[in-house]
Design a binder for this molecule. Structure first.
Ligand SMILES: Cc1ncc(COP(=O)(O)O)c(C=O)c1O
Length: 377
């Protein structure tokens, strides 16, 4: 059996979670949360980062912090997870869907400017498969039109754009540490505040609208209600799990990249034979091996490949169902033809199994199976 995904848990994760239960606070912002911040600083150079209960709530916090108002427009790819869009729709802002690039399925930066109106407030980018978008171009557009860039880096922890770490490429970066991501805490995430002027308000919004964090810092002796907010901080038990994962940062990264590189080397021949396409990692990017995508010629071939891999005990998954043509998108009045590349790729992209504890032999078994199935026609 080769599952699609499996978290890598060792004695270290178990030890730290048990230690947190015995010696730490069970609620948020305890010893392990602080250790996570130190580690994120050491590994990725992050200065102002706050753990959240999920990547979803990190995006929701960003949407609260930029004070979106009903009717504001947000430019966003349709080829993403519902959370990217729900986060600002909860503020009653309106998604303006932008099509994606054919080579790496990230937002097509050449199509952004035509979508800007006097109601546009922000661009929410998605670093799909851990590969960063072209931020020099996107930030230049944002600057010229006075827009805020929110980087959904849920999949891109440890990836780089021109030597700059993902999560730091917009005004806010949002990470996910969900069980399916590279570094896990079960359910969890983080918001990176690249403009420090947002930090004080972010701390308040994350703590149900109170200044409780100031009490922890010893700045005030009692906390009180200051703003709107919610319960966005995760239990220290989960931070303990994440801390163990971050201590294994390089090991997990190397293992994932071994699988990713094996797939890339072994499947190149099928691309040469015209049986599939591989996504392209741009020159400017250093990726984290989050996901391996293949693009099949048709939906039918994809369905057959998934079924036949399944019979061999290998789980491959389709990717996003485009948001603009999903049931909610249609209900809101969007039309499938608005984002033709997204629509086409939504039907053709397949993600192969990929997790840190997968061996090179497992990866070779998958590529052998893919070759056999696709060549048989
Ligand atoms: C692009 C993207 N954004 C946001 C999320 C939401 O993250 P979480 O599951 O931690 O809420 C995910 C998770 O699947 C994602 O892939």
């Amino acid at each position: 059996m080769i599952p699609f995904n499996k978290a890598s848990i060792t004695e270290k994760e178990i030890e730290y979670v048990v230690d947190a239960m015995k010696h730490s606070k069970l609620s948020g912002d305890g010893k392990y949360t602080m250790k996570v911040y130190e580690k994120l600083h050491e590994l990725l150079g992050l200065e102002n980062v706050l753990l959240t209960t999920s990547g979803t709530t990190a995006l929701e916090m960003a949407s609260l912090l930029i004070d979106l108002e009903p009717g504001d427009e947000v430019i966003v790819p349709s080829f993403t997870f519902s959370s990217t869009v729900n986060a600002f729709m909860l503020r009653r802002a309106k998604p303006i869907f932008c099509d994606i690039r054919r080579d790496n399925m990230n937002i097509d930066e050449t199509k952004i400017e035509a979508l800007i109106t006097d109601k546009t407030k922000a661009i929410y980018t998605v670093d799909y498969a851990g590969v960063p978008c072209d931020y020099d171009v996107i930030n230049d557009i944002a600057k010229r039109h006075n827009l805020i860039v929110i980087e959904d880096a849920a999949q891109a922890v440890g990836s780089y754009y021109k030597g700059r770490v993902c999560g730091t490429l917009g005004t806010f970066g949002c990470y996910s540490f969900h069980e399916t991501k590279n570094y896990v805490m079960g359910e969890g995430g983080a918001i990176v505040l690249n403009d420090p002027s947002y930090l004080d308000r972010a701390e308040i919004i994350r703590e149900k609208g109170t200044n409780r964090r100031q009490v922890l810092k010893g700045n005030v002796d009692k906390y009180t209600w200051h703003d709107i907010g919610s319960s966005f901080l995760p239990s220290d038990l989960l931070a303990a799990l994440l801390y163990a994962q971050l201590e294994r940062f390089d090991e997990i990264m190397e293992k994932r990249l071994t699988v990713w590189n094996t797939y890339a080397e072994e499947l190149k021949c099928l691309e040469d034979e015209g049986l599939l396409k591989l996504s392209v990692v741009p020159e400017y990017a250093q990726h984290n091996g989050h996901m391996f995508n293949i693009i099949l010629p048709t939906d039918e071939i994809r369905t057959r490949l998934v079924a036949e891999l399944q019979k061999k005990g290998m789980n491959a998954y389709i990717c996003y169902v485009p948001l603009h043509s999903a049931p909610m998108g249609l209900k809101l009045g969007y039309k499938p033809e608005e984002c033709p590349v997204t629509e086409e790729y939504g039907a053709k992209v397949l993600r192969l199994p990929l997790y840190a504890d997968m061996t090179r032999e497992d990866a070779l078994a998958v590529t052998d199976a893919v070759k056999e199935i696709l060549r048989k026609g």
